[in-house]
Design a protein. Sequence first.
Length: 181
Amino acid sequence: MSLPVFQYHPDPIATGSIVESDTECCCCGNARGYIYTGPAYAIADYDECICPWCIADGSAHEKLGVCFTDENSIGGNGQWEAVPEAVIEEVAYRTPGFSGWQQEQWWTHCGDAAEFLGLAGRKELEAFGPLAIAAIQASAGLGSGPDWERYFVALNQRSSPVAYIFRCTHCGQLGGYTDAD
């Protein structure tokens, strides 16, 4: 069975937000071979028990009141471009989120939410190229010099500090932010 397509999270298996699992979904009751492992904001605890199909069709939000990304963090709490309410609802209620060290944020560009590509350390950021490095450097607020060089060398995909990489769905620009514990 192929996974649903998520416009703003094109490869949730690669990012680790969805994993193979025999767990039965708490929303639909089916064990479909995959389960969501990212944050699930709700009154009840829904850790690792919602299938990707119930995220994609909105039933997890409708039946369980689950939000997968905080609505205010889409656009970085006003730090990046504002997006229409329909986009906020798509990302918050029908798109797998991701786990971060602090409050997760969803980068926006060209009046839309961007695609989440994943976490990056120095090595992964270098693979994305100089435009991604410049975006994360700007996000960190560190100009050229020894402070940035130390921070850049310390970036680690599996620990802290880490970069969160996104791609604009309209112009292809890479962006995102960095975070630490």
